[in-house]
Design a protein around this ligand. Structure first.
Ligand code: C5P
Length: 419
């Protein structure tokens, strides 16, 4: 079973007897880490109540297209429950429609937006998957087959259906896949394979440069970007080692996380593992200097002034880029001004392959959940617009994979992620 940790899944429920299984689908998605929101069509409400799905998802259920409708703003649900269809479409990392009725598939194939669910499917950039569920005659009907072919051509993933006995008493194809299988297939939407078989080492978080047993120099890096990249690289098929400074984040699933404190410890851990790495991504906000001496006992106050002597830390990124052979090396540049100019200088000074630069301050960058990036290498510059760090991480990994394969002349035959 895959993971959906940190993933936002929008579950669409359309009208069909299999809608009674939707509560279980929500549970299965949440069990493997997803945050789930539910949209119901009017037809679905004949088979399962919004209250049931609200209870299992822990979120108000969305039911109506128009913002002013109380269905989109359930009483007491707070401001965020008032999300419009565009916001819901942006919120989702993936949309799963299960069950997808013959009528829903027809409307989706036509590109209609005559209810909230079809409008969101039309407006989203996230992958959309449908789990058809219908009577076997309806499934075998030429019109349904044409609609399915159109949807497939448009990039919609089709999960199932299975075969077996049906609610109407007939036997044949058209049964919705089981909720556990749907959750597993949904997790596979995020596995691209663009880094299949490659080793990736990533640094993340701040470093802690101890002055004495209780004090030290550090910075406000949260580690979120590096952790999101570690997960995105893992989902892209890589074996990932994350060398992390002190953060409050849990170890990402299926990533080997090594916890260190100081820049020197981070440097040593990186150099233990980087000789077998294909790609190195230095995201950590490494302290440039450390206290020249570390007191073994707590330093007592004395006098009006105190002078700290600092010593230079190793530059981990530059030291990796200087290896022969060096992995494909990616650095970050957090700048408050002249972002592109400074990033280009960093590319040359550190002799790295790619710089991901961002402007820090004004709600973007080091501590926040959202970030935008300017990607610069010797070929060109690409902008990834402001978005949550988890999504940005997937786009950056895609970009790194493309450049890595182009420069190192390797080919990867597995399909790339749709986005
Ligand atoms: O030199 P500057 O700190 O601006 O460069 C930032 C980039 O270099 C980041 O990718 C960071 O992880 C890396 N770096 C490093 N070791 C240092 C300082 C920065 O790996 N001592």
């Amino acid at each position: 079973m895959g993971t959906l940790a940190n993933k936002r899944i929008l579950l669409g429920v359309s009208g069909g007897i299999a809608a009674y299984k939707s509560a279980d689908t929500v549970r299965r998605l949440r069990e493997i880490g997803a945050e789930v929101r539910v949209i119901m069509t009017r037809g679905a409400e004949s088979f399962i109540t919004p209250l049931t799905l609200q209870a299992v998802s822990g979120r108000p259920v969305y039911r109506q297209l128009l913002d002013t409708d109380p269905g989109l703003k359930p009483a007491g649900a707070g401001a965020e429950a008032g999300m419009g269809h565009i916001e819901l479409a942006r919120w989702a990392d993936a949309v799963l429609v299960a069950p997808a009725s013959a009528n829903f598939l027809a409307r989706l194939a036509q590109g209609r937006a005559n209810d909230l669910l079809t409008a969101v499917c039309l407006a989203t950039e996230a992958p959309v998957a449908v789990a058809p569920a219908m009577n076997q005659q309806m499934w075998n009907n030429a019109a349904t087959k044409t609609n399915l072919a159109t949807l497939q051509k448009n990039g919609v993933r089709i999960f199932g259906p299975g075969e077996g006995s049906q609610a109407c008493g007939e036997v044949g194809p058209g049964r919705m896949l089981e909720p556990a299988d749907l959750a597993s297939l949904t997790s596979e939407l995020f596995t691209s394979g663009v880094l299949d078989g490659l080793n990736v080492v990533i640094t993340a978080g701040p470093t802690w440069e101890a002055l004495d047993p209780v004090r030290g120099l550090s910075n406000r890096s949260s580690g979120k970007m590096g952790y999101a990249l570690a997960t995105a690289a893992m989902e892209a098929g890589a074996r990932v080692i994350l060398v992390s400074g002190p953060t409050s984040l849990p170890d990402p699933e299926r990533v080997l996380t090594l916890r260190v404190e100081s820049a020197q410890e981070m440097h040593d851990a990186v150099h233990t593992h980087v000789p077998t790495a294909n790609i190195f991504i230095g995201v950590a906000a490494v302290a440039d200097y450390r206290p020249a001496t570390r007191a073994t006992e707590k330093i007592k106050k004395s006098g009006e002034k105190m002078t700290l002597e600092l010593a230079r830390n190793p530059d981990i990124l530059a030291s990796v880029a200087a290896l022969k052979p060096a992995p494909y090396t990616v650095g970050f540049a957090a700048e408050t001004e002249h972002v592109e100019q400074n990033a280009r200088r960093k590319l040359e000074d550190k002799k790295i392959d790619l710089v991901a630069a961002n402007r820090v301050g004004a709600d973007l960058g080091i501590e926040s959940d959202d970030n935008s990036l300017l990607l610069i290498d010797r070929r060109d510059a690409t902008t990834l617009p402001a978005q949550p760090k988890t999504r940005l991480a997937r786009s950056l990994i895609q970009h790194i994979a493309e450049r890595y394969h182009a420069e190192r002349g390797t080919q990867n035959t597995r399909r790339a992620h749709r986005r």
